[in-house]
Design a protein around this ligand. Sequence first.
Ligand code: ADP
Ligand code: MG
Length: 698
Amino acid sequence: MKYEKFKSGPETDIQFLKGIGPKRAVRLNKIGIRTINDLLFLVPRRYIDRTKLVKIRDLITQTEGTIYGKVIASDVKRTKNYRDIIRIVVGDESGILEAIWFNRPDLKLTFKINQHVILSGDITYYGHKQMVNPYYEIIPEEKSDDSPFVYTGSIVPIYPLTEGLSLWEIRRPMQNAINLYLNYLNETLPKYLLDKHKFDDIRSAITNLHFPKTIEQAQNARARLVYEELFYLELILALRKLLATHEKKSRALIEKGNLTSKLLHLLPFKLTQGQNKVLHEIKTDLARESSMNRLLQGDVGSGKTVIAIYASLIAIENNYQTAFMAPTEILAEQHYLVWHERLNKIGVNTCLLTGSTKAKDKKKHLDKIEKGMIHLVFGTHALLEEKIKFHQLGLAIIDEQHRFGVMQRATLLNKGVNPDFLVMTATPIPRTLQMTLYGDLDVSILSEKPPGRKRIITRLVTNDDREKVYQFIQEKFNEMQQVYIVCPLIEESEKLDLASAIKTYEDIKSIFSNNKVGLVHGRLKSADRIMIMEEFRQHRLDILVTTTVIEVGVDIPNATVMVIEHPERFGLAQLHQLRGRIGRGVQVSYCILIGSDNKFSPAYERLRFFEKNDDGFILAEKDLEFRGPGEILGTRQHGLPDLKIADLQQDRHILFQARDDAFDLIRHDPNLTQSENNIIQKTINNKYKDRIDLASVG
Ligand code: ADP
Ligand code: MG
């Protein structure tokens, strides 16, 4: 019955591959291998070179080694805290070696006396030679007589396998898959690129990936697959960018100066050189007939908002509207509160649209927006609602854009006819991510902060230091400064967390009974939240106990101390954003993390690192290391491409090459019509189509 669905090509369900069957198929499905094709493209994590097999006697401690021998003893030892330690002793004609595994209960029944095994790992010395958690492979009975090489060749790939599925069970099926299905694979890269990088053709690459003769062969095969994946990703970005810049905006927004010059007079400061440079880049884009697509990246507090406002005014001078979208209500409210009066003075009408805007007000706003009576709309995702129609949207701005998904960006852009597009972020994006995630955007970087900013001192302390922390806060009050106390509020346990924020608020109120304490969190009504934030801004409150609602964008320069409770619950990027709320004035600021001094907790290293570094770029790179690219952007819909083979960190050199090649190609053959590029056209359609769809909305 099942066989009705049986396909003959490599798209065949993996369970029908000879040597797999339904049971193993389930385990393979777990690691995303559903078809024979998936199996062929399963990239080994590493390789063991068995030609480097040594005698046990010749193993050198502190180095890596691989041996072949026989199991002479095997036991399981239970430690005091009920963990099993698996131990075996293996011997060859030259000596014996002990191998032990921690935390591998699955290995309990694995090893039997007289079995032949290959072990590979670091050699330690503990009264005798030892390997801890080595890679192992059991050589089946019938093969163990001759030599361990016969069956598998001398370079052995190690796959990222699910527990309980041994390498052994995958070698044979892999060989079958290659024998039967390799000829179905079509080349996906043009010959000139294969030649340029000395890559194997696709069939040799897949063969060499699984059955390499040398380590170099294996590496080259993997590099080819990584390159291919990144090349097509970059190609799509290049196409997207081409599309964006070719799209006829058919208007040029040229600065007239009647509004922008007034803005400069309104500001209590002069723009920095860095701000002027970025503005110049933006003005040049706006003045073009094609749409701007620009990412403005500047660390927390570097002064991006005023640049966005300036750009808005250029659009407004040209009778176009601007939409300014922020990820949180608190931030949208702040932008509105800070700017609406000032802008009103120079004849620019603004309004605020968030999820909390009252229906009655909203109706009024929508009407005015549609008639063009409102020039600049601040808001949250609420701006994306279908009902909201602009008279003439010329510029769309997204603040803290890493908080938004690709679809949301696209929806905002669709509110106008090819509007110019400015996105801003303080989350410094490592270059590798920038190339993949925002490869279609031009990037401006605001590297300096406004003058006079003092350092932020960061300290990780423990609960025992709480008294001292409170004394310190008292001193700061005496110097007329203000304090944030941040309690985590993480979605999964929102209720509990909120309770703890409220409790902290009560505690703080009783400890600082002579001071004014406020509390904000996401559950407050908008009007109450606006009021409390305003009170804090006007320094009618000394302490603000808060959840992470203030994480991005909030700008109250007189607040110079931030205490973060449970800092271990935050990632580095998030901590950096939070810390960015202080250090915005001319005083030295202090960020105090009340955490655990347990050196073994996984967060400890991260927090220590955070304590010592305040460079957003360095923190972002580190975050990438700690948590991987998906997490770093702090949102599920970050639009990060789902890379199957490439690792952005490890393979960044290949990424740079792939990017250059892709962008070069699009410059020379934008429509992919040259015959040598036919293959690219075809591959996009066959293999990378899902990514194109993403591209067309972005
Ligand atoms: P971010 O880049 O984090 O969005 P903001 O735009 O909120 O930063 O600016 C941070 C603070 O710096 C604001 O209070 C803003 O008024 C101030 N600021 C911006 N530009 C300058 C400047 N050139 N000189 C002095 N202060 C500035
Ligand atoms: Mg900001």
